[in-house]
Design a protein around this ligand. Structure first.
Ligand code: FES
Ligand code: FE2
Length: 430
């Protein structure tokens, strides 16, 4: 349980807010590299700030205030040229650092205008990595952009999926340290949706034991269920609640990037090793797409895929969930750890220190290892026949289980990379 005051501290993300300042000490994924190639100017809203993201014709990325420094026209309707973004109202042009580099009429009437111009938009650094564009909205110097080892795994087919979730970031992130929900929200609920939950014997194996451990890049959670033991990778390796707003489940990452206090950008980056017969596989472009979360026919949330199911929980808790009415139990030990660390992070930032998880040393930021029960398989691969027999990996080879609405062009790239066609699913079968 949290008092309304403490809840506000953890959930408000605008500039100057305690948690807003903590989150501004980290890089966040905000768009797909390929999306900017399709549409080089995009409106984005991040942590309560309206911004415009663009890629110049020379290939540089910019992220600036959304409204022109002249008379506030919307720069997301501007257009890119060689060195910058041109406002569509009177043609002022801005480079990726926000400097105004052209004011056509001013320069026509005053040849000194360009040299004298001091006009500047607020601008934030953007970097491309792993098919995603990452932004840093904090004070200089920016820390390292984490170079996670899975970004370097080879012979894989990677895709990234975006979804806008109408609720606060923290309830989405609390899901990253909540092992028991898997049994109910994914396994049992899916069985129920499939009409397969008829007798007590149909229920998924129940959780028996949990453990939570802190480490440099977040927390690990571990579980033993009725069908596993302490030798099982879900206990020996576990899952990573990646600090401060990520989740690494061995084969995919999820990040929960605050758009503002009441909206969150969910970003999923999923790796799939191709069968040996499809090696070598080198992706020239990582496909990124946006997943629907609402069934337009019924007006209800989509419930068929893993992360869509999670989204039902997150939005169901309310725009900013009221934590003063909670009754936390033994299953929520991780939630308490996460909140305590976030309060420590607020204190650290207010005292002028880095919060948990900020990487500063470039030498330490090379192929940073994260625990993964998929790693051996992803590093070594399998022949197709063995792959198709595998109880877990076969599913990922022929379905995209994480988000609904995978476009046909992404399915075609999956098939071209793996040699295996994507099969539709009504409701996941875990
Ligand atoms: S408002 Fe942008 S150039 Fe005038
Ligand atoms: Fe989940």
């Amino acid at each position: 349980m949290l008092s309304p005051e403490k809840n506000r501290q953890l959930t408000q993300v605008g500039p100057g807010m305690p948690m807003g300042e903590v989150l501004r000490r980290h890089w966040h994924p905000i768009a797909g590299v390929d999306a900017l190639d399709r549409q080089p100017v995009q409106a984005v809203r991040l942590m309560g700030e309206d911004l415009v993201l663009f890629k110049t014709q020379e290939g540089e990325y910019g992220l600036t205030e959304r409204h022109c420094a002249h008379r506030s026209a919307d720069l997301s309707y501007g257009y890119v040229e060689a060195r910058g973004l041109r406002c569509n109202y009177h043609g002022w042009q801005f480079d990726v650092e926000g400097r105004c580099i052209q004011q056509p009429f001013e320069e026509a009437v005053n040849p000194q205008a360009r040299a004298q111009c001091k006009v500047r938009l607020k601008a934030y650094p953007v970097k491309a990595k792993a098919g995603l564009l990452w932004a840093y909205l904090g004070p200089a110097p920016a820390p390292e952009l984490p170079d996670w080892e899975p970004f370097h795994w080879e012979n894989g087919f990677v895709q990234a999926v975006f979804a806008e979730i109408p609720c606060n970031w923290l309830q989405t992130q609390e899901n990253a340290i909540d092992p028991v929900h898997f049994e109910w929200m994914h396994a049992n609920w899916s069985r129920q949706l499939r009409g397969q939950l008829q007798t007590p014997a149909d229920y998924a194996p129940t959780h028996l034991k949990l453990a939570f451990e802190e480490f440099e890049h977040g927390f690990l959670y571990k579980r033993v269920s009725e069908d596993t033991n302490e030798q099982h990778p879900l206990w020996t390796i576990g899952r990573v609640c990646l600090w401060p707003n990520g989740f690494f489940l061995g084969d995919h990452f999820e990040w929960r990037v605050p758009i503002d206090d009441e909206n969150t950008l969910s970003v999923t980056w999923a790796f799939l090793r191709v069968p040996r017969e499809a090696e070598p596989c080198v992706q020239t472009s990582i496909p990124t797409w946006t997943s629907p979360i609402k069934d337009e026919r019924t007006g209800r949330w989509i419930t068929s895929h893993v992360i869509n199911q999670d989204i039902v929980a997150w939005v169901g808790q309310g725009r900013v969930t009221d934590r003063s009415r909670e009754n936390l139990g033994a299953s929520d030990r991780g939630i308490a750890l996460l909140r305590r660390q976030l309060f420590d992070d607020i204190e650290a930032v207010q005292a002028g220190r880095d919060p948990k998880g900020v990487l500063r040393d470039p030498a330490q930021n090379q192929r940073v290892f994260l625990p993964s029960d998929a790693r051996d398989f992803f590093l070594n691969g399998l022949p197709l026949a063995d792959y198709q027999r595998h109880p877990k990996w076969a599913r990922l080879l022929q379905h995209f289980i994480f988000h609904a609405g995978q476009p046909e062009w992404v399915q075609a790239t999956h098939e071209a990379a793996t040699g295996v066609k994507i099969q539709p699913i009504d409701v996941i079968d875990l």
